[in-house]
Ligand binder design. Sequence first.
Ligand code: 13P
Length: 253
Amino acid sequence: MDKIYIAGNWKMNMTFSAADDFFAQLADYLNNNGSKKVETLIFPPFTYLELATDTAEETSLSIGAQNVSDHNNGAYTGEISADILSSMNVEYCLVGHSERRQYFKEDNSLLNKKIKKLRNFFIKPVLCVGESLAEREAGKAHEVVIKQLEKCLEGIEIDDDLLIAYEPVWAIGTGRTATPQQAQEIHKMIREWIAEKYDLKTAENLPILYGGSVKPSNLAELMTQPDINGGLIGGASLDIESYVEMLNMASKI
Ligand code: 13P
């Protein structure tokens, strides 16, 4: 796979004017120096989706939402449906980020429903998986990730419309990155599991992103691993200079 995804997950950050400023600078960069090789993807808070999709219309930028309801439209105050996201030209959506699993008690069966809702509206789910520090230290990283995949993808056929992000919980926002070898080992295992459950072609075409304290100083060594197809980046995606630096680096890999 030639493409490298540089995906920024803004989480609950940025004011409207900061987001506006970020997208203006990003549009300028993409229209003048953007590379076809790099899939530039931002997951802003819901409130900035229109700003983001307006930018996407004029550039090569792609936009994703950070969450979706497992329900159809209706009386679910505060929730956002796949139908609403689709009407806003949202192309991707995170599912099962560890912060949603941990703080909002989202479990694998709920995530399975969310994936199905998204696919009804042709929005690409980015399924996040990853083990906690205790699970890694107990030697259970492989087992935990496989279980998440099995449960979240139950009854789901995939072709080129799903992405997976491996985000070890202990590396998120901690400054502690998985070594390229640790990340590669899990990515390879995920690809092998997909090959076994689906087929080789699906596995080869599946983008698997790594997330957890990715920044300009460690991007290159992670992204050059054979089974890492991009980064899902939190903190370092909030600053336009560091984000553009990573886009530039990815274009040269
Ligand atoms: P950080 O890059 O801030 O560690 O966040 C990673 C992440 O959770 C992206 O979804």
